[in-house]
Design a protein around this ligand. Structure first.
Ligand SMILES: *Cc1c(COP(=O)(O)O)cnc(C)c1O
Ligand code: SF4
Length: 351
């Protein structure tokens, strides 16, 4: 068996195991896991330093998940936006295709918590064929984003087959993969996997790191292997209360990602997903955190802070305001140190 599969097999998945390993409240665990699955593989479990730390919060079930009366199962209306199962067509030119129902670790704050890792998510050759047919009938779609679940939880052969089928559709010009494997099970990135991925350029991978503690030697090796295979790496971080909602942590994370050859792409405001209300921060808090990054970090290290609008209305950038006043003759703004500056507009041109 491949080493990564052996590690995955040793994952903690039952309340009994977690109770024995970490002494968590057995009854609470049982109730939460009955609704939302748990899987904590030994690699990620070992990153925990103390109860309640940023790694713990991401993977250990919490009673608050089943006491959430504010949020809803599918806040982005993904099911309504799926013309066929597992294919979300929200933007005209790009689609999201869910190819795997499994992850190497079930994040407690998962947006797709309603179905990821449960029997409610059905992916089969039949549903995938429907997706390929749909894409052939919709040549306006040029960019396919494959996600899940985690596509890298599929076998090499299966992934090769899916990528091969997508790349045979002439209108598809690029493929993107969304995966958390580099941060939660980096040993899944093997040279064999890289040699498969290499065949499907242009290929972009957006990974998902949330805390500097995830930037381990193993994660670095995984990212370097992917980058050496010629794949551009981005990161989609989720802003999470008690995990990464402070400037120092975000700075260390985003700067550290660049050292791993990963370009921070998005920082997401938490979605209104049922079971994740306790992770939400205010949008103002997020904007203020972003304000603490500009100028203090290289522009390369700064992602777009984005809110995925409820109801599937699209991702909206939430950008801090630096402009103080804009007239026809000049722009007055604040710099990253809070100093007021002016820029004279050109005279006699447009607007
Ligand atoms: C986020 C998302 C995309 C990709 O958006 P980008 O801004 O291009 O990264 C595509 N489809 C759906 C349904 C999405 O949620
Ligand atoms: S890796 Fe992604 S899809 Fe899987 S549980 Fe975490 S957030 Fe959800």
């Amino acid at each position: 068996m491949e080493p990564w599969k052996e590690i995955l097999q040793k994952s903690v998945t039952t309340p009994q195991e977690l109770y024995h390993q970490l002494g968590c409240d057995f009854n609470v665990l049982q109730d939460v896991i009955a609704k939302f699955p748990m899987r904590i593989n030994p690699y990620f479990l070992n990153l925990i330093d103390y109860p309640g730390d940023p790694i713990w919060k991401q993977c250990i079930p919490d009673a608050l998940e089943i006491n959430d009366t504010v949020c809803i199962p599918d806040p982005l209306s993904e099911e309504d936006l799926s013309p066929i199962p597992n294919l979300v067509h929200k933007y005209a030119n790009r689609v999201l295709l869910l190819v795997s129902s499994q992850c190497a670790m079930y994040c407690r704050f998962c947006t797709r918590k309603r179905k990821v890792g449960t029997s409610k998510m059905h992916i089969s050759d039949t549903t995938l064929s429907l997706a390929y047919d749909y894409l052939r009938l919709h040549p306006e779609v040029t960019d396919v984003l494959i996600s899940g679940g985690d596509p890298f939880l599929l076998d090499d052969e299966r992934l090769d087959e899916i990528l091969g089928n997508l790349s045979k559709i002439p209108s598809i010009k690029m493929i993107r993969i969304g995966t958390r494997v580099p941060s939660v099970l980096p040993m899944r990135i093997t040279s064999r996997l890289c040699s498969i991925l290499k065949k499907y350029q242009p290929l972009y991978i957006n990974t998902h790191f949330n805390h500097p503690k995830e930037l381990t030697a193993e994660a670095k090796q995984a990212c370097f292997m992917l980058a050496d295979a010629g794949i551009s790496l981005g990161c989609q971080t989720v802003l999470l209360k008690g995990v990464n909602d402070n400037v120092a942590v975000l700075k260390e994370l985003f700067q550290g990602l660049l050292y791993l050859r990963v370009k921070p792409y998005y920082l997401f405001q938490s979605d209104l997903t049922q079971g994740v209300n306790h992770f939400r921060t205010s949008t103002q808090k997020g904007v203020n955190l972003m304000k603490g990054l500009y100028g203090h970090l290289s522009g390369m290290a700064i992602p777009t802070f984005a809110l995925d609008a409820p109801g599937g209305k699209g991702k909206i950038p939430l950008t801090p305001q630096f402009i103080r006043e804009s007239t026809t003759t000049s722009l007055t703004f604040e710099n990253y140190l809070g100093q007021i500056c002016t820029y004279p507009e050109p005279i006699g041109t447009d607007e």
